[in-house]
Design a protein around this ligand. Structure first.
Ligand code: FES
Length: 383
């Protein structure tokens, strides 16, 4: 019998009012992500920014076609946000994670305290440009640009870093601020433990007799094959996370890496999550756990695509016995320990920017990437 997944993913009501005043900030930790509309009336602008971002996607006649697609898709996407409660919880989750992170950093890294987190979204408020202004206004002495994508892709993290570069082409980067970059952390041991713990929690929900046969499907946002063939690091870094998690839980179950959220007619990296489910059901598999492996908090791809479209609707259609979804890391204590460890180690070791970040994709033909990486190398290594 099909069991719908539980909503493990409600955002707790956490008091976020301990935001520091400007005189209290020594280290600003800027949490970079694409973001998600908090209200359905933000959906159009959000889509418009995505569709016109050439780091995210390259369309022919993009300044005409991009806005056209955004307009055409708005009502369909609004409907999806309405079905998950009217908006994305990504801002709330990121604020919770940032608050807990900075509380921990103040304790374990007193030399760089006080710390304050900032959220910089690429396509919706708080937009990156706005956040950078706020950080400067607060007088931070040190900025850590912390990508909230554990695995790096030029379409996601790369787009955020390029946006920061673009912002500082219009104004000089302040001489008195030191900036550094955390661009990827796909196999951090505590991230792996947090995901492993989320999976173990779900496995316990299956009948004891079925537990070892539950197929674990690690699901990540797909990429156009064009980007993969250009040399985008994302597929290999997602695979690295999957293998580290399986090692953590002792390779107890059958598992596969699958890809979700394809849009448009061009070829994307597969197998796709829904097709994989159909394939495994045909092979006689009856029990599944879907694991969001590239998202650190809940948003539309987990709450709608995985929960509603796949676990509920497709699960029912295929007649699976049980299909559940592991929660994203969210505020799991191991995850908060993971991000605290990543940032504190980064500060302690006085890392500026890693060599992998500065290496472009083998077939990158985006001039902005070249200029942006050159700029990071100069700015991060200058103070
Ligand atoms: Fe990857 Fe430019 S597309 S570095």
């Amino acid at each position: 019998m099909f069991k719908s997944i539980k909503l493990l993913h409600k955002v707790p009501q956490v008091e976020l009012s301990n935001r520091r005043s400007s005189s209290q900030v020594k280290t600003a930790v800027i949490m970079l992500n694409m973001g998600g509309p908090q209200h359905v009336n933000q959906v159009h602008d959000y889509l418009h920014r995505i569709m016109t971002d050439r780091d995210m996607m390259q369309l022919p006649f993009q300044n005409i076609l991009g806005p056209y697609i955004a307009k055409r898709r708005t009502s369909e996407v609004q409907k999806k946000y309405a079905e998950i409660g009217g908006g994305s919880p990504i801002l709330k989750w990121t604020n919770i994670q940032g608050k807990l992170l900075c509380e921990k950093l103040d304790k374990i890294s007193p030399n760089t305290a006080p710390h304050k987190h900032y959220v910089a979204f690429r396509y919706v408020d708080p937009l990156t440009e706005y956040t950078l202004k706020e950080v400067e206004k607060d007088g931070a002495k040190r900025i850590v640009l912390f990508s909230q994508y554990p695995q790096y892709s030029c379409a996601t993290a790369g787009s955020s870093f390029n946006a920061i570069y673009s912002y500082y082409q219009k104004k000089k980067f302040p001489d008195n601020i030191k900036m550094s970059v955390i661009d990827r952390w796909a196999t951090h041991p505590l991230l792996i433990k947090a995901i492993g713990s989320r999976i173990s929690d779900e496995i316990k929900q299956f009948k004891e007799i079925d537990r070892n046969n539950v197929v674990i499907l690690f699901s990540a946002h797909s990429l156009p094959l064009k980007a993969v063939n250009r040399g985008d690091a994302y597929p290999s870094e997602v695979s690295a996370t999957v293998h580290a998690v399986m090692e953590e839980i002792g390779y107890t179950n059958p598992y596969a890496l699958v890809w979700q959220s394809k849009v448009g007619p061009l070829p994307w990296l597969g197998p796709f999550t829904d097709d994989a489910l159909k394939g495994y059901v045909k092979q006689g598999k009856k029990n599944f756990i879907l694991v969001p492996i590239a998202f650190v908090n809940e948003h539309i791809e987990t709450l709608h695509e995985l929960d509603i479209e796949y676990c509920k609707e497709l699960g029912e259609e295929l007649g699976v016995e049980n299909i559940r979804r592991a929660a994203a890391p969210n505020d799991h204590p191991l995850f908060i320990d993971a991000i605290s460890d990543i940032v504190s180690q980064h500060l302690r070791d006085n890392i500026t920017v890693g060599p992998k970040f500065l290496l472009r994709c083998a077939h990158c033909c985006n001039d902005r990437c070249y200029q942006s990486k050159h700029w990071y190398s100069k700015v991060c290594n200058s103070n």
